[in-house]
Design a protein around this ligand. Structure first.
Ligand SMILES: Nc1ncnc2c1ncn2[C@@H]1O[C@H](COP(=O)(O)OP(=O)(O)OP(=O)(O)O)[C@@H](O)[C@H]1O
Length: 582
């Protein structure tokens, strides 16, 4: 808790001292920078964690400011003002969440489309604000109202801004310590992996955008009109939106206080230079470019790195684990069945009428020459590729049109060909996310104890004397050798205890000993769960050792589907597939 209270107390103390040390006018100026800084903190939360960059945040800032100005002019009274404020914040949250979720549905990128759409929206909004004169006062703006609580903008209202700044910072610091922070960071780190762990990333991005929009509205609606006494279309414009992004980038989007630092520094530098140096905007632009190129984490990251050099912090020991709740019931079971499945991307025909039915239990290996369509077959099962013909069913449920995040809800877990983990995180953070997969409910993401979940099967795996991960829990994943990453991704995939385990070349890059260990683990998992394991493998000795059945693919078709012995004797298989070893 000290890591939250200390910076927030320091922030509060520093802000409270400003009127005493520098006088009311400086406090008034700092108050304005803080208002922009709070809105920028919302951008920092969204951009720094999920990687999604909003270019129209002034839409919410300005909209809330206009609503407040109109309400203050109408002098409706405190109760009505508060009720309206809550209604506006809820409406903004719902709008932002729905907008982002719709834009990101079916997409895995951090969103140039999203950034451009938010940009277009704020440009439209600025235009409307400038022309809807009866409502907004047009380009002259809306004025002629008292500040909230009739406080003096040069004195009492400063403390309201400080209150909002400290409250928002405290909230962000607390969120940083909760599992929801890990999930938000995982979106930027490796969105496809998060989806395969069952998380609907478009909704996560929508929720993060809604949160950032509400923070912008708090700054714009709660503080700006009372502080400035006027609201103009620039409060809802592209210029301010871009400026908020610059403040965030310069101050540092990865740190709670970064955007506030950026806002105060840029605001102060602009105020100092504006009258004395005609090219001050050019200077600010150069400073911005330098920060983006040389210190992408902004000033806050530089300060943090300096602090770490003075006071090196050792990674803490992993905290004591607690029993994880059981996995949620899955909505399908039984054999996997392909009926005349076709897959074409552009002019490339990848699967050409694939039909087979797996047993409900056992180990099935998929073999075939490079480019045969093995990985694509797994991609159609998990929804990473949409089939263009035919039907895929799991038990009685049709699964071929489901998005990837629903695969695990159907009991299908997947390990990818190249180890796909969260590279900016530690091993234990990776495992914590995997433990939440198909177990956590919304409230669990807001409880620190969720970090400590550990299932018996994962404990058994980590306790295995040959599995390397237990000694590496605090290590960042990008320090791990390739083989260890394979084991980590395997551990993450089985953490949700899927009934169907899809493994794409799990032994690639492993030493002979590690290969033997991996095959033992796979066999053990299948025997323990009684489920189905489908493995893509090129090494025929492994295929022979583990497979109940072998599916041979060639040119996007099934060449044979039988026991290893039968497949080995098949003349068609012999003709196209020599059956060599790794
Ligand atoms: N998204 C895509 N867009 C276009 N072509 C694709 C796409 N995915 C796969 N392909 C093509 O489909 C064919 C089958 O690819 P796939 O990765 O399924 O083969 P594979 O049998 O797994 O091969 P390997 O053993 O080399 O991994 C290849 O020719 C590949 O280039």
């Amino acid at each position: 808790m000290a890591s939250v209270l200390l910076p927030v107390s320091l922030l509060l103390a520093a802000l409270l001292l400003i009127p005493e040390l520098f006088g009311d006018f400086t406090a008034y100026q700092i108050g304005l920078y803080l208002i922009y800084g709070i809105a920028a903190q919302g951008i920092g939360f969204l951009w720094g964690k999920t990687g999604v960059l909003p270019l129209g945040q002034a839409l919410f800032f300005g909209f809330a400011a206009y609503v407040t100005a109109i309400t203050l002019r109408a002098e409706t009274g405190l109760i009505t003002e508060l009720a309206l404020a809550v209604a506006v914040l809820v409406a903004i949250a719902v709008f932002a969440c729905a907008l982002a979720a719709l834009i990101f549905r079916g997409r895995n990128d951090s969103g140039p489309y999203f950034s451009l759409i938010t940009l277009a929206l704020v440009m439209i909004a600025e235009q409307i604000a400038g022309t809807a004169t009866t409502l907004t006062g047009g380009f002259n703006g809306l004025s002629g109202f008292d500040s909230l609580g009739k406080l003096d903008p040069f004195a009492g209202f400063y403390y309201v801004i400080v209150g909002v700044t400290v409250a928002v910072s405290l909230l962000l610091f607390v969120l940083n310590r909760l599992p929801v922070n890990l999930i938000a960071r995982a979106v930027a780190d490796n969105e496809p992996r998060l989806q395969l762990l069952g998380f609907p990333t478009h909704i996560i991005k929508g929720a993060a955008f809604a949160f950032s929009a509400v923070i912008a509205a708090l700054a714009g609606g709660g503080c700006l009109p009372s502080h400035q006494g006027i609201v103009t279309p620039t409060s809802m414009g592209f210029g301010l939106s871009a400026e908020l992004v610059i403040l965030t980038a310069v101050g540092g989007r990865y740190h709670v206080l970064g955007p506030l630092i950026g806002a105060v520094l840029v605001g102060w530098a602009s105020a100092e230079l504006r009258d004395s140096f005609p090219y001050w905007e050019l200077l600010m632009a150069v400073a911005f470019i330098l920060v983006v190129l040389k210190a992408p984490g902004g000033i806050a990251e530089l300060l943090e790195a300096g602090y770490r050099r003075v006071r090196a912090t050792k990674p803490g020991a992993p905290s004591k684990v607690i029993a994880a709740p059981p996995t949620k019931a899955v909505d399908a079971a039984g054999p996997l069945r392909f009926d005349d499945v076709h897959l074409q991307i552009g002019v490339v025909r990848i699967l050409n009428g694939v039909s087979f039915q797996t047993p409900a239990t056992g180990i099935v290996s998929i073999i075939g020459p490079n480019g045969a369509g093995k990985t694509s077959t797994l991609n159609t099962i998990t929804g990473n590729l949409r089939i263009t013909g035919g039907r895929i069913t799991f038990g009685r449920r049709k699964i071929d049109s489901r998005p990837p995040y629903k695969a695990l809800h159907s009991g299908i877990g997947r390990k990818l060909q190249v180890p796909s983990v969260f590279f900016s995180m530690s091993v234990s953070e990776n495992l914590a996310i995997a433990m939440m997969a198909n177990r956590s409910r919304l409230l669990d993401l807001l409880r620190p104890s969720t970090y400590r979940w550990r299932s018996r099967s994962l404990s058994d795996l980590l306790d295995h004397p040959s599995v390397p991960l237990k000694e590496e829990l605090v290590e960042p994943v990008d320090h791990l050798p390739q083989g260890h990453r394979q084991f980590l991704e395997y551990a993450m995939t089985i953490a949700a205890e899927p009934q169907v385990l899809l493994l794409d070349e799990p032994c690639a890059g492993l030493s002979p000993d590690e290969t033997a260990l991996m095959t033992d683990l796979v066999r053990h998992y299948q025997a323990e769960t009684g489920g189905l394991v489908i493995v893509i493998e090129h090494d025929m000795s492994i295929v022979e050792a583990i497979s109940d059945k072998v599916l041979v693919m060639h040119l996007g078709q099934v060449l044979a589907f039988d026991t290893f012995e039968q497949v080995r004797r098949n003349p068609e298989v012999q003709a196209v597939y020599a059956g060599g070893t790794k």
